[in-house]
Design a protein around this ligand. Structure first.
Ligand SMILES: Cc1ncc(COP(=O)(O)O)c(C=O)c1O
Length: 383
């Protein structure tokens, strides 16, 4: 009943609009791969790695099968294992801590900053102390550039250096963003990113990459991604994975990288328009000084005590999708409850998991549609 009066649904992430913009160029890139038939290790893989290195400023780019494998491969290359601790934020996607646990090392979860949602350096210090108290050897820290915004890399590097930890930046959501004028990809020992289709730079399947300036690490990663190959793939000098990015995805990413800067600029315009429109009815995300974002998500915080389910339902009734990243922080998840957390607990992560909600965000969100979303947010908060 009254179907014709229902407002039309809008997409949360508009992959179709981007597909239309790129149309022929993607079809032709895929067709080139279908013609040369080098489905793994084709020329597009080498070309993409060179272009990502030029884009980010990193010396080496090792493309791989996913963002999860990108994190795992670095931890494997560094020989992480039982008795080692890796400090991670808890308010993030599970893969950040999961890859640590997969190596046999122990993830130690720390809290995030209330304003930026990124790792809180003070909690990082407490996490290192908690790891030591638990008899573990802290070896690494994995800051996450959450929702697209760069973490506070200088503050984290200073603490990591003092404690003798290496930094593995999880830029799965933040690739393309910068910190103090420098693009992500060159902070710490290595940076991992994801090309999952919904990411700001996404392919049409699973994919990822590791960026590093370290020659030795890059060589180990190239070996790990092909089952620990030595002189060839039937000479196995270490444990590894089927960790390659396939040529088709590389060909697609080459085309998408051409418009990535333009898309980042559009995403920033969308974020600015949201910030102006939302005013003080909800807490809009804030960029820290020196940090930029690629706005993988536009995540707002509802006032304490708001009914988040009712808010989401009110927007849904108007054809506006929302998503909750993340309804539980990692340390609250069944699979991770037994791992240590920083002393004093993680109150900010837990509060954010209860209060945040993400609005539609992509480079093709037009002003009229955005006005509709902003009006719906105002309406939901008044209702
Ligand atoms: C912060 C973070 N780390 C790691 C990953 C894992 O990436 P992938 O899905 O490509 O394995 C994701 C992807 O969602 C992520 O958001």
């Amino acid at each position: 009943m009254n179907q014709h009066l229902r407002p039309s649904s809008i997409p949360f992430i508009d992959v179709v609009a981007q597909r239309q913009r790129l149309g022929k160029s993607i079809d032709e890139a895929v067709s080139r791969v279908l013609t040369h038939c080098q489905f793994l290790g084709g020329p597009e893989v080498t070309q993409l790695e060179a272009e990502l290195a030029a884009f980010s400023g990193a010396k080496h780019v090792v493309s791989c099968s996913s963002g999860t494998d990108a994190l795992l491969m670095v931890l494997m290359a560094k020989g992480l294992g039982p008795g080692d601790a890796v400090i991670c934020p808890s308010f993030t996607f599970c893969a950040t801590g999961e890859t640590v646990a997969l190596t046999g090392a122990t993830p130690v979860f720390v809290d995030v900053d209330e304003e930026t949602f990124n790792m809180d350096p003070a909690s990082l210090k407490r996490g290192i102390a908690s790891a030591r108290k638990a008899g573990l050897k802290p070896k690494a820290v994995i800051p996450v550039d959450l929702f697209g915004q760069s973490a506070d890399h200088d503050a984290i590097a200073a603490i990591a250096d003092e404690a003798g930890l290496f930094v593995l930046d999880d830029a799965a959501q933040g690739f393309g963003a910068s910190y103090k004028g420098r693009r992500l990809g060159t902070f710490g020992l290595a940076t991992a990113t994801s090309f999952f289709p919904a990411k700001p730079l996404g392919c049409f399947g699973d994919g990822g990459a590791i960026l590093t300036d370290d020659d030795e690490l890059a060589a180990s990663l190239r070996s790990i991604r092909v089952h620990g190959q030595g002189t060839d793939k039937y000479d196995n000098v270490r444990l590894g994975l089927t960790g390659r990015l396939d040529t088709m995805q590389a060909a697609i990413l080459i085309e998408k990288l051409k418009i990535f800067d333009d898309e980042i600029a559009s995403r920033n315009k969308v974020a600015e328009r949201y910030a102006r429109g939302l005013g003080n009815v909800v807490k809009a995300p804030r960029l820290a000084k020196g940090c930029t974002s690629v706005w993988a998500q536009y995540t707002i915080r509802l006032p304490r005590g708001s009914n988040r389910d009712a808010f989401a339902a009110a927007l849904k009734a108007q054809g506006i999708p929302t998503a909750i990243y993340y309804p539980k922080s990692i340390h609250q998840q069944t699979a991770y409850r037994h791992y240590p957390v920083a002393e004093g607990g993680l109150p900010v992560s837990e509060a954010l998991s209860a209060d945040v909600i993400s609005l539609p965000m992509h480079a093709y969100l037009d002003a009229a549609t955005q006005d509709r979303i902003v009006a719906a947010v105002h309406g939901a908060m008044q209702g």
